[in-house]
Design a protein around this ligand. Sequence first.
Ligand SMILES: [Zn+2]
Length: 612
Amino acid sequence: MILKFTFEYQSTSLVLENILLRELKSTTLTGKLEKYGDFVSLYVKGGEEELQDFADNLSINVPYSLFLKDTKVEAVDKMPDKDYILPNYPKRELPFCPKCEKKAFEDYDPFVKCVACGYSFKSSTLKYKNFAKIITNDNEGIFKNFAKVLKNGAVAKIKTFNGYKSISLMNQKNFEKIKGDFDLLCADLESVDKICSIGKSEMLALGSFEKPILELFVNHNFLNIFPFIKNLSKVRVRLSNDLILDIICKEVKALGPCYIILSDCDEQKQYNIEIDFDSKISKNKSLEAIVLDDGQSVITKGDLGLVPKVNDGFKDISLKAFSNNFVAINDNEKIITYKKSKELPPILDTFTLGEGDLSYEAAHGAFYTVLSEHSLLDKTMAGVYFSKINNDRIMINSPKFGLVDYIIFDFNFPKTLSKLLKIMKNENETSSRLVENFMTKFPDFYKDELKFSKMGNIYKLWGVAAIMLGMQNDGDVKKGALKLIKYAASFKGKKGPRIDYKLKKDKNKPKLDNLKAIKTAMSFKLAGIDFPTLSFGVMESFAEFASNILDDISRDYEMDGVCFNGSLFESANLINKFYTITKKNYKVYLHKEFTLDDMNLGYGIINAACKK
Ligand SMILES: [Zn+2]
């Protein structure tokens, strides 16, 4: 009998393939691997009972992955002729698989090496500092004592495989010490379920191999367990993504509930309690994800070994491409993108454009990356890119006419608050009355002159709106935008007020009437709408507006689908709303492996250029 196990798997990391081969090797069964596009199939030959055992083992040892879209098992007549040989990629630094975890727990050794999942750190000696006492060469003792010390309320420093972290158990004293953002590290999904509203898809995502951070609404139980936390509606939740944290969680849980405050910390700062080790770590950022309304997950941020990096090594460079902050190179085998930094490899020590090098806009790079990942370069596609850092654009790419910017959101506001108010007042009588009424009702809002930081995209438009609405009381547009997004995220309702986003013609090109959006928001504030509802309306209406633009495009062009990305979509409200509306009318494509606004800016353009 031959069973064919098929996995739809949108990752190039080879983790799934390696785990399947490892599982096959651990038996006496024969089998072959096959790969077509995103489909990986393992054919296994054997008796019925042996195959049942094998299937059971797979279900334990193949971890759920954010990249795993579907699985299927079927009986087939014959094996494929050829065996798929895995490409010889350098291993990426990824979290651990179930087998690694088992081994680490048995030996209290976080330095496990795994040929399958890629988890691999140079064996090293753990050093534990507890005030004057230093302990080494006793991992079990170290972890057990460390858990006790945490339980007693200590704030400690630990070296994880993703950088140094400050770690402490969630209690009032420790919570009050937190400055800035923190993650709530939980021992397991059960602990998360106790304190957060979490659905099945979010459970799957949180516990997946990639171990992303999810922002979840807290429930009543949370407020009972942590009564000292006020005004917090959502919390960044995660499970361990390396084995040091994993062993710590296991030991803390053995002593009672395990809710840990984890935040970045200064490597140089001395703590009374520390766990350290010598071997070098790469300081990758943990992944962050959003689960969409239909259960699909999108990886929004982080760089946990998802795409090839410069230090993976490369051969002769055949093509180079530059955008605002990224360089992409092709060495005839693979495409590597990386950020501008001081630590460039010597061969790339210059960011000057040479002969034959490509230069491109960030939005175009991002659009072409989704097109490349899904092989859509020969289709007529709309591309939507909304970013916190770059200009926003809606674009069209077609094999007939190439790449066209349909609309660029790049506008200028007056440099000061008084100038902005003057323009608004002079627009027409309604605007003038709105501003007068607003200033009478909220006399404190506009009493100081404010200077706005430089303008450009929708993110900054929201920042100005936040300032005008009184959410942000200085001229910091970025901070204002972040506040508006946070308010929107705390909104638990379904519908916000309708904010007017309208296009006006400017030199025959469509342009967003940016003041109109702000003015409608101001009139809702006058009507007494609270900040969370109003902020949600600002985002929801923008998603609807952008989707209307797509409808305009589709009247003129036969569109095969819509791609979208950019860091503005890191907001769960915006991405969910836009995704849900767009999906009703078009085929929607998101990145397979890239995050929303990072290495994706480099990959696509060079990939498209290589294919020409
Ligand atoms: Zn492993």
